[in-house]
Write a protein that binds this ligand. Structure first.
Ligand code: AP5
Ligand code: MG
Length: 192
């Protein structure tokens, strides 16, 4: 299964991907996690990305595509993948199609998790207290939501117009959301 998980910051992409990865037995590729690992390692790429991420802006398309190419060059992605955090603008959507085409692949579904902004702000405020992620500060969350509306929402529209979008309600227990996703992508495998 080749899955693209879409949704606003805090919509539960990472949380659900962690479960889907076990269920589908394919790697979870989170561009946010890859970037945070670079920041933590203090690599040149990480140093470049750190401030951009902290304020809630997008890191350059060029850096992202390089990272993604690198990740997709690993054998484990042949079995499938759950892509989380990419694409975030139309240029990235085109780059993803090209990258997959060059590998003789296509994704099976683009799943959008929908959560209203009020709940998103609440979730991320909770995580800011618990984990202290730099971009969960209120100003950065505002910026991330703005960037999402301006740059990522058109990607969702693009996939919708191309009949590639599956919309899933992201509000409810982790279990409930997980079951909705599974039902949407693979009804024959639905549990519970
Ligand atoms: P990234 O790491 O992708 O962050 P994000 O998409 O902004 O948001 P999150 O990861 O916070 O949300 P999520 O949807 O994964 O939700 P989660 O499961 O964590 O990107 C970070 C930054 O990296 C970007 O701003 C950008 O700078 C850069 N970047 C990354 N990709 C890029 C790209 N392609 N191009 C350019 N730049 C890029 O859940 C959130 C919280 O809610 C958690 O506390 C969780 O416990 C809780 N929660 C989850 N599900 C539920 C539920 N059902 N009910 C209640 N609480 C829940
Ligand atoms: Mg995430």
């Amino acid at each position: 299964m080749r899955l693209v998980l879409l949704g606003a910051p805090g919509s539960g992409k990472g949380t659900q991907a962690a479960r889907l990865k076990e269920y589908l037995q394919v790697p979870h590729i989170s561009t946010g996690d890859l970037l945070r690992a670079e920041v933590a390692a203090g690599s040149p790429l990480g140093l470049q990305a750190k401030e951009v991420m902290a304020r809630g802006d997008l890191v350059s398309d060029e850096i992202l595509l390089g990272m993604l190419r690198d990740r997709f060059s690993r054998d484990d992605t042949r079995a499938g993948f759950i892509l989380d955090g990419y694409p975030r603008n139309l240029a990235q959507a085109a780059a993803l199609d090209e990258l997959l085409a060059s590998l003789g692949q296509k994704f099976d579904a683009a799943v959008q998790l929908t959560v209203d902004n009020e709940q998103i702000v609440e979730r991320l405020a909770g995580r800011a207290k618990a984990e202290g992620r730099a971009d969960d500060a209120p100003d950065s969350v505002r910026k991330r939501l703005q960037v999402y509306d301006q740059q990522t929402a058109p990607v969702i529209e693009f996939y919708r117009q191309h009949g590639q979008l599956t919309v899933v309600d992201g509000v409810g227990s982790l279990e409930a959301v997980f079951n909705r996703i599974v039902e949407a992508i693979a009804p024959e495998k639905a549990v519970g």
